[in-house]
Design a protein around this ligand. Structure first.
Ligand SMILES: [Zn+2]
Length: 202
């Protein structure tokens, strides 16, 4: 079986530890890395890579790349008040921007997708509450669980797939495949379930 390219090589642990310590908002670097070493090895590198970028604040959002690509936004409503609007919710609010903080903590598409996944019983109510009530220290960014239980493995698998599904939906929206908040949330929720189901069965 092919291993994740990011998780192979004798120096990977040192390299990742340095990376996390340098960039991450997460104080429990070692715990996060331990989760990644236990994750289902069938999950493709691009999804692991996406989560590593999210945890190290290196995702190429328009807000992030504005320093070297200030004209990178493709959003038709970009303006002086909000030069980098969110592609997911299309809100005109100044703080609804294409940044990881908005996308993963405040965006209504993300919140609605989580609510939908809860209503489908894909996640239990305690986990759901931790995701929506803990916005400043969300499990979507902070894998501060102990690693040795089936429930935790399911939660980490969910987080990795959900984070990627939101990003995939955002990327499509950036290219013009837009919809209302409900349909975008439904797309992200369905993709999360499909991704998780596929790797659990394969
Ligand atoms: Zn948004």
């Amino acid at each position: 079986m092919k291993e994740h390219s990011l998780l192979t090589g004798h120096n990977r642990q040192n390299d990742l530890t340095k990376l996390f310590k340098h960039f991450s908002t997460n104080s429990s670097t070692e715990l996060t890395l331990e989760h990644f070493s236990h994750i289902n090895k069938k999950i493709p590198p691009r999804i692991i890579n996406h989560n590593l970028k999210l945890y190290t604040n290196s995702l190429a959002t328009d807000k992030r790349i504005r320093f070297f690509a200030p004209q990178a936004t493709l959003h038709p409503s970009a303006s002086g008040n909000n030069p980098y609007p969110c592609y997911l919710c299309n809100s005109t609010s100044e703080d609804s921007d294409d940044s990881i903080i908005h996308i993963y903590r405040h965006c209504m598409v993300t919140k609605n997708a989580l609510a939908l996944l809860r209503s489908l019983n894909h996640i239990d109510k305690y986990f759901y509450r931790s995701l929506i009530n803990n916005l400043k220290n969300s499990p979507l960014f902070h894998l501060q669980y102990m690693v040795d239980s089936k429930k935790v493995k399911h939660r980490v698998s969910f987080i990795v797939c959900f984070n990627y599904a939101i990003w995939h939906t955002r990327r499509r929206a950036r290219l013009g495949y837009v919809g209302d908040i409900t349909s975008m949330a439904k797309r992200a929720a369905n993709l999360t379930i499909d991704l998780q189901t596929y790797w659990q069965q394969s």
